[in-house]
Write a protein that binds this ligand. Structure first.
Ligand SMILES: NC(=O)C1=CN([C@@H]2O[C@H](COP(=O)(O)OP(=O)(O)OC[C@H]3O[C@@H](n4cnc5c(N)ncnc54)[C@H](O)[C@@H]3O)[C@@H](O)[C@H]2O)C=CC1
Ligand SMILES: O=C(O)C(=O)Cc1ccc(O)cc1
Length: 293
């Protein structure tokens, strides 16, 4: 049970956590903090938060759980603001899409790994932003990865695990660097492909006509290109080494495909598409299995 939850950044991720914990009866009081007064007012009106502050230091005072849900580029500034205002027993966790940068920011601000910081990442979201996009079921049956460090306090880790379990999420643990490599491949790279594809088409002449004749597959594939540009700029910068690595492997794959197409190499194309279909069918079966477990 959380007595006072401070959410810094009451958008899709922070707002959905507050709604889920309220629905589960696991939190007494939720206070918010953010840069947009209009978004905070909406959060208040929607009943997502009970009160808000404009200064993160005021929001975290007397909180026993602090959740950071701002774009990655804003994490360091928020950590600096809250450093002197945190209660000694307060647990800090976050929902940032990259973990190495959050840990590095915290070490810079606190001078060491803060024992009551539990870095985390819900592998759940949508292309929409702001508190109006948040909903209480976002995390149900979805994965949340926690990346505790050797210095992480066991009690803080258990409290954060229990918080996410109360939202219906399946919690697992990973090392920080491994998390950033895996997510570069499974989440950050697909977003680059969607942004890159839509941008390439948008820059072609007669792009109105191209978009007019796009079919359902184009809509499915490019949904995530409607995601927040600021959030994705920050993810790319925070995970630059791992993301550059998978991007360059992906361009080699595109090069192979282009060679096979130019050479009318049907066998090679069948080999690539069949391997991909098998891998995707297995992935979908795995998701369906998880949903029925
Ligand atoms: N959108 C998604 O699907 C997912 C996002 N994430 C991560 O969660 C975090 C939040 O993302 P969303 O909730 O989608 O974004 P959002 O744009 O919906 O919400 C972010 C909120 O942070 C506030 N904010 C920005 N800078 C601030 C600052 N300096 N101080 C205080 N508040 C500030 C904004 O006003 C906004 O209300 C990001 O770090 C992102 O990488 C993680 C999983 C999924
Ligand atoms: O909208 C989608 O399908 C996403 O993939 C959302 C998402 C965005 C960023 C993350 O770190 C995790 C999930």
């Amino acid at each position: 049970m959380i007595r006072r939850l401070a959410i810094i950044g009451v958008g899709l991720i922070g707002g959905s956590l507050a709604r889920a914990l309220r629905a589960a009866g696991q939190v007494d009081q939720v206070v918010g903090c953010g840069r947009s007064e209009q978004n905070l007012q909406q959060a208040l009106e929607l009943g997502v938060i009970d009160d808000y502050w404009r200064d993160p230091a005021d929001a975290v005072r007397d909180a026993d759980m602090v959740f950071l849900a701002v774009p990655l580029g804003a994490m360091a500034g928020v950590l600096e603001s809250i450093h002197d205002a945190l209660a000694p027993e307060a647990v800090i966790t976050d929902g940032g899409s990259v973990k190495g940068s959050v840990v590095a920011d915290a070490v810079r601000v606190f001078g060491r790994v803060p024992p009551r910081l539990v870095p985390g990442h819900p592998i759940a979201g949508t292309e929409r932003s702001g508190v109006t996009a948040s909903f209480p079921e976002l995390y149900r049956n979805r994965r949340v990865i926690l990346t505790p460090l050797p210095e992480t306090d066991a009690d803080a880790l258990e409290r954060v695990r229990a918080m996410w379990q109360a939202t219906g999420a399946q919690v697992s643990e990973m090392a920080v660097a491994h998390h950033d490599q895996v997510l570069a491949a499974t989440s950050h790279l697909p977003h680059m492909l969607a942004f890159g594809l839509v941008d390439a088409l948008a820059r072609m002449q007669d792009n109105d006509e191209i978009f007019r004749y796009a079919a359902g597959g184009f809509r499915d594939f490019t949904r995530i290109a409607s995601s927040s540009p600021v959030m994705w700029r920050d993810i790319c910068i925070a995970n630059a080494p791992a993301l550059s690595d998978v991007l360059s492997r992906f361009s080699d794959e595109m090069g192979d495909l282009a060679d096979a197409i130019r050479g009318r190499d049907g066998d090679r194309l069948l080999e690539i598409f069949s391997r991909a279909k098998l891998a995707r069918d297995r992935f979908i079966d795995g998701i369906d299995q998880t949903a029925t477990d």
